[in-house]
Design a protein around this ligand. Sequence first.
Ligand code: NAD
Length: 391
Amino acid sequence: MVAPSISTIALPRILRIGGGASRQLPELLATLGLSRPFLVSDAFLEQSGMLEPILSGLAAAGIAARVFTGTVPDPTSASIDAGLEALRGGEHDCVVGFGGGSPLDSAKAIAMLAVHGGGMADYKVPHVQDAPGLPIIAIPTTAGTGSEATRVCVITDSETDEKMLCGGLAYLPVAALVDHELTHEKPWRLTADTGIDSLTHAIEAYVSRRANPFSDGFALSSMRLIAPNLRRVCAEPTDAVAREAMMLGALQGGIAFSNSSVALVHGMSRPIGAHFHVPHGLSNAMLLPTVTAWSAPAAVHRYADCARAMGIAAEGEGDQSAVARLVAELEALNRDLKVPGPADYGISAQRWRDLVPVMCEQAISSGSPANNPRVPDAGELAGLYDRVFAA
Ligand code: NAD
């Protein structure tokens, strides 16, 4: 039993960060004593040619990799089972994930199940899976989820449509190659959505009841990087300096929340993603201003710090005023990044209302709302879903 004042910090053993880092995969594998990778990516990254340099680099080093590109956005237990079957067709000593959060989380789930068996529904929270699976190496391409440095993975149950949070050290990559050059071609919408996802990680890690001095440093640094660069990467997709800052901010946001937690926004966001197929960053964005305004009275000083780190409140400015600026900035960001509300996204009001009870139940059972500075009861949670639809 760990005393409440003791924080358990867990990080990848190796992080190689910088333009071109992904080309060091063969050398990284050698450093780790690994030689038979199972590579998990997605069909778009394969067809776009982005995966090719990774494969040719491995081939040049004499490493034969089996490739699985059958992952889907917001991976499902069925897509994980297909990946697992492909892995079992060969002899592998590690799993390499190349892509956004979906391939990275797929790699994590496959690596864990390869050793421990069963299906992902057996491993959802409150289960904690610390015993390791196969070693995982992560190469992120979206500057968003921070999954390359987190001890969680998110898999949707194909039978119930529940977006299951699964946590434990088994999901923490042993190493990550963080190469911002992989993000330069991201389209505008993906850039905006994944950037807001990173910002949400940093804010939630900082205001979480499980925040600690270690996670605070990474959360604040992440906000300092993301806030001035998010609109900039959307306006100037080829701005390498801004892309690099976003990639580092995403990594730091991942480190922050993995060693603290996410909170109410993520708790409410996963069911929206699962039931209405809204991309993860976008569903976070739909919720962030409303949930921040509702939560802030319980942690005014912490939210004010977020405003200061984001550069939208002066250092000496009072907390209440700083929090008002934070909420206004999150609303402005959604306007500037053209974040639709649920209705504009095409979700019917009736179906939303019908699903609110299930979404509330799934949000609460994920455990994330309990980490929020203000913890909603079931009625308040339903009220927040109503408010977000009306906003
Ligand atoms: P994604 O991996 O689902 O990718 C979205 C789309 O972008 C795909 O079509 C993909 O092919 C494409 N894409 C990826 N990289 C690209 C690039 N560089 N250029 C152009 N297109 C590119 O998106 P995501 O937002 O990174 O991941 C979302 C998933 O991650 C969700 O399932 C979410 O729940 C999960 N997630 C996991 C964690 C974690 O710590 N494990 C944290 C947050 C979110």
